[in-house]
Design a protein around this ligand. Structure first.
Ligand code: LLP
Length: 420
């Protein structure tokens, strides 16, 4: 799926399914996120088909997009969820994802969160450290329950991606070092309230090359063999997420190629495979629609000043991420070079520098592509700007799936102390 697959131009006008983006913008003030339900379904089906020959469960990484409509769409298709907090567990359950399809990752789970997950009866805890394991055992014992666990293993593999989204090197905070794994599993087997069932790994995000996956999974397969020899009944391998998407022109291995790799590296173990894709399911199923507020002629460059800012989509500011920026209505316009910026009072509030966009005037609609994952979920109301609403389209229908809050909604959350 390319950034424009589900947001094509027809007669120079951008569409999503059977609706012109400009028709949605007539009813929903910009900026807003727009998701194609058709794209989400197609992307999920690609995973299902690719893994049809394996005993695999897709657990969507809720952190990528936690909107209820998105989760409910995936729930209906049979998806599980990979969650990292009490909030995400609640979102998944509320949207109809059953507890027995929820895996709980999360780097420092609290006692309260563990308690909640245990009472629901989730599929698996992906345990990040020995102290966390002890806490899970304590809480499980107090509830007279058993927690099914996998350790998240840090295989010390370079994911060849952006440093801020790389998680599988020894220097990263994540998981139990592979060199210490056998000791950790021995400890787990001896603890009450714990059932050892699997091994988990996640080495990073936006991987465009399969070699790091191959290396990590090979190490995990060796570990599973060792753990079995040590007497552990390992039946599950959680291979994490991380498969990248095309933002510009990256060539991403297909989901089938990825599935074949999983089979090659892990198939002989006869384990159930859990997948935790986030970006590769949602990234190219959504865009951020914005309007040009002003075109400003600077001394050296022209600025396209949008009504969306870094508070709406932080990826360019935070990871220097590239997102295509496309005029919704190309008309007969020619390409011009702009710095595309937002209205937030920071220089970092820049979506792109020296970017070619069809010549635009104030009021024109602009789409920031590939914003379905890590877009709305990472937005904030910095500068007391209102969170952008989210819209979902299906065929010729669209619905607002998260409303824009009012200024009153935001301000009333603060409390002026009585003594002030
Ligand atoms: N599983 C675990 C344990 C994770 O930490 C993540 C992502 C995933 C699965 C899903 O990975 P995906 O399939 O989406 O690559 N905000 C950053 C991405 C952070 C990813 C964090 N972990 C960005 O905008 O690029």
């Amino acid at each position: 799926m390319t950034p424009v697959s589900y947001f094509p131009h027809k007669n120079n006008e951008m569409y999503v399914d059977d609706i012109a983006i400009s028709d949605i913008a007539k009813q929903v003030k910009t900026p807003f996120y727009c998701y194609s339900s058709t794209a989400i379904e197609a992307s999920y089906q690609e995973y299902k088909n690719a893994f049809s020959a394996q005993d695999a469960l897709v657990c969507f990484a809720v952190k990528a997009n936690s909107n209820q409509a998105v989760l409910a769409t995936l729930a209906k298709l049979g998806s599980g969820a990979d969650v990292v907090s009490m909030g995400e567990i609640r979102r998944a359950i509320t949207a109809g994802i059953p507890a027995n399809k929820i895996v709980y990752s999360g780097v420092a789970k609290s006692q309260e969160e563990i308690h909640y997950a245990l009472t629901l009866g989730i599929l698996q805890f992906n345990v990040e450290s020995e102290p966390e394991l002890e806490l899970i055992s304590k809480v499980a014992t107090s509830l007279n329950k058993t927690a099914a666990i996998a350790f998240r293993i840090n295989p010390d593999v370079c994911a060849q991606t952006h440093a801020k989204i790389s998680t599988g090197k020894a220097e990263n905070k994540f998981g139990v070092p592979i060199s210490k794994a056998r000791i950790a599993y021995k400890q787990a087997a001896a603890l009450p309230g714990i059932k050892v069932q699997g091994v988990d790994v996640h080495i990073g995000s936006q991987l465009t090359n399969l070699a790091p996956f191959a290396e990590a999974y090979q190490r995990i397969a060796e570990l599973v063999t060792e753990l079995r020899a040590d007497g552990h009944d390992i039946r599950v391998v959680d291979v994490g997420g991380g498969l990248g998407i095309t933002y510009l022109d990256e060539v991403i291995p297909s989901k089938q190629t990825y599935a074949d790799l999983v089979k090659t590296q892990l198939g002989h173990l006869n384990c159930k495979i859990i997948l935790e894709p986030g970006r590769s399911l949602l990234g190219n199923a959504g865009i951020l629609v914005s309007s040009v507020a002003f075109v400003k002629n600077g001394e050296e460059r022209q600025f396209l000043m949008l009504d969306a800012g870094m508070n709406d989509l932080i990826r360019p500011s935070m990871y220097d991420a590239y997102h295509q920026i496309i005029a919704v209505n190309k008309g007969t316009k020619v390409l011009k070079t702009y710095d595309v910026v937002g209205p937030v009072c920071e220089t970092g509030d820049t979506f792109a520098k020296a970017r070619q966009v069809h010549a635009s005037d104030a009021g024109d609609l602009i789409a920031i592509m590939s914003s379905g994952a890590y877009g709305a979920v990472m937005s904030s109301s910095y500068n007391t700007r209102l969170l952008a609403p989210e819209v979902m389209v299906k065929g010729s229908e669209f619905s607002i799936v998260r409303k824009r809050p009012s200024y009153e909604d935001i301000i009333k959350q603060d409390i002026i102390p009585s003594w002030l």
